[in-house]
Design a protein around this ligand. Structure first.
Ligand SMILES: [Zn+2]
Length: 134
């Protein structure tokens, strides 16, 4: 079934992002209204149709009731009752970034990044040492 994100500034659908999670926009009129407002959807409220919102607008780990079960045993994802889409609601945001843009770090940022990576790997080594010592 074709699913596309209801957020106007978002172009995600389950054809270009088969692995993305799409959640139902609630059927409850009040909740649907607040979702529509949040996403600045001008369309008239339709009570019955199935509308989806992609995971990019949520912090699903925080915004869902059963993230752990969803991830582990694949049960249906249940959003918290007060969850509304709140991330990436503006045009051209994070998830549309191409890998090229990501790699465009300034030279000082690049240096910082390699420092962080180096310290991370030394922490790992350190942990390993402790484990081996015991
Ligand atoms: Zn979306």
């Amino acid at each position: 079934m074709f699913k596309e994100c209801f957020v106007p500034t978002c172009t995600n659908n389950n054809i270009n992002w088969p692995s993305k999670i799409f959640v139902y926009v609630p059927r409850d009129e009040k909740r649907r209204k607040s979702w529509f407002e949040k996403a600045r959807v001008e369309k008239k409220l339709t009570k019955t149709s199935s509308i989806y919102c992609c995971e990019d607008h949520f912090d699903l780990q925080e915004d869902s009731e059963n993230w752990f079960y969803y991830k582990t045993i694949g049960s249906n994802l249940i959003l918290k009752k007060d969850a509304v889409p709140h991330r990436n609601m503006e045009a051209r945001v994070g998830h549309l970034q191409s890998p090229d843009q990501v790699s465009q770090l300034t030279s000082s940022e690049r240096k910082r990044k390699s420092e962080i990576l180096t310290s991370l790997s030394s922490i790992k080594k350190y942990k390993k040492t402790i484990i081996q010592d015991t």
